[in-house]
Design a protein around this ligand. Structure first.
Ligand code: GBH
Length: 439
């Protein structure tokens, strides 16, 4: 795979931001010190998470954040993307934790990049309610007022597409609803929440605002009309439905009619200008017309009644999760974005990229990351304005419906002892960052 291995990774532009990502529910633990989230309710029911686990303790980052910030400092990253748990902020003293974390990061010379929603909605809220968008903006104001003196870079939402699809359309993530296309209001209300959050952050004096959307190229299964149409529809649902409203202030054709409320006036909020656009990239998806089975989305079986089917991408290595390794998909995605959105596309930051593999001597993860960093550089050479790259994830953590079985970390976590052990990929990334810095 890594055909360039051995030659040095090219130099990225000056000021390029190198970082790693995590999210609150996946690492913090200390569940007793926060209000419940939809994920606590979801994982309490049997059969929802593969290994039957919950995130009650997870990596116990809540108590071990100093050790984790030391790992970040040892890695030499410019920035750390974490998320602020809304249910924790709702609990007495909850915001104090993020206050301490931000202080620790600043003292270590690591830029804090908080995400204000990464799927752990307070258990008494619901994205089917329009009001949740306004309540989210209130939460954002509370956090910005407290952390804004030290935080200059903000992310409103993480992957509203996945939260809609997995949480509300297919039911394999919290809150576990299986609404299929009736889940679309969840997408609209999150996008509205994003726009209101941008306004709340500006009102609190913030700049450096972005969103982290999940994207990947859609590859038609063939040139047949039926496959092209099915792939086009999939691309609308997973990519354009979340990028077009933010970047262009419009839904893809036909989709606005399916959304609730005064969509035209909401779009003016949703397209409130951002300073940069975050892309989480894992793999492309090959899509064709419906057939007997609809295939899988990230390991989740899709219902056969969908108007498309996901096909296997053959001839590629796959990660432990079964996702194909396609680094050039990242170049293709970014040049495609530039071609589609032109001057309206804000500078791009890769807010997540990574893979699940077991083991501490994780040469396969090094090969994946090496190839994707090179693919990213090719997009920059092709003229795409990319300003940063964040690896998912700093450490192994609670991988949602997969529990602790999938390991994405640069740092290994023993979930019995909670001991952290840097993997080979941690040392590889540290060395890459050293060579990227001016001497
Ligand atoms: C992200 O989700 C989340 O933000 C993060 O919390 C999570 O831990 C991380 O990624 C790892 O899962 O089946 O080959 O077509 C990304 C989830 C990634 C799921 C791409 C679907 C399709 C791959 N998506 N995946 S494939």
């Amino acid at each position: 795979m890594a055909t360039d291995a051995g030659t040095a990774i090219p130099r990225f532009p000056p000021g390029f931001l190198w970082g790693v990502s995590t999210s609150a529910h996946q690492i913090e633990g200390a569940a007793e010190k926060r209000e419940p989230s939809v994920w606590d309710v979801f994982t309490a029911a049997p059969g929802r998470v593969k290994d039957g686990s919950t995130a009650a303790v997870a990596c116990d980052h809540y108590h071990r954040y100093r050790e984790d910030v030391a790992l970040l400092a040892g890695l030499g990253v410019d920035a750390y993307r974490f998320s602020v748990s809304w249910p924790r902020v709702n609990s007495p003293g909850g915001l104090d934790f993020y206050d301490r974390l931000v202080d620790e990061l600043c003292a270590a010379g690591v830029r804090p990049v908080p995400t204000l929603f990464h799927w752990d909605l307070p258990a008494d809220r619901d994205w089917l309610d329009r009001d949740t968008a306004a309540r989210f903006a209130d939460h954002v104001t509370v956090v910005a007022d407290r952390l804004g003196d030290r935080v200059g870079t903000w992310i409103t939402l993480n992957e509203p597409a996945e939260h809609t699809l997995l949480g509300h359309a297919l039911g394999t993530h919290a809150p576990g609803r299986r609404l299929l296309f009736d889940a679309l209001p969840v997408a609209h209300h999150q996008l509205l929440a994003h726009g209101l959050a941008v306004r709340a952050l500006r009102a609190a004096g913030a700049d450096g605002i972005g969103i982290a959307n999940s994207h990947g190229p859609t590859w038609p299964a063939s040139r047949d009309q039926a496959d092209l149409e099915a792939a086009g529809f999939y691309d609308v649902l997973l990519n354009r439905l979340f990028a077009d409203p933010v970047v262009l202030g419009a839904y893809p054709e036909g989709m606005g009619d399916l959304m609730p409320g005064d969509v035209e006036s909401d779009l003016k909020v949703i397209t409130e200008p951002v300073d940069w656009y975050g892309v989480n990239y894992y793999a492309p998806t090959r899509v064709g017309a419906p057939q007997g089975t609809a295939g899988e989305f990230g390991g989740v079986p899709l219902p056969a009644e969908l108007p498309f089917s996901v096909r296997e991408i053959e001839g590629r290595p796959v990660t432990d999760f079964g996702w194909p390794v396609v680094p050039e998909g990242l170049t293709e995605l970014l040049t495609g974005f530039r071609d589609r959105y032109g001057d309206r596309l804000p500078p791009v930051v890769i807010t997540e990229n990574g893979c699940s593999y077991d083991g501490v001597d994780d040469q396969d993860r090094i090969a994946y990351l090496d190839a994707h960093v090179r693919a990213l550089h090719r997009a920059i050479e092709a003229g795409v304005d990319v300003r940063g790259y964040f690896v998912w994830s700093l450490m192994d953590n609670f991988e949602w419906a997969e529990g602790y079985a999938r390991r994405f970390g640069l740092v290994h976590v023993d979930f019995e002892t909670l001991e952290r052990t840097p993997k080979a990929s941690y040392h590889w990334f540290r060395d890459l960052l050293r060579t990227q810095r001016p001497a």
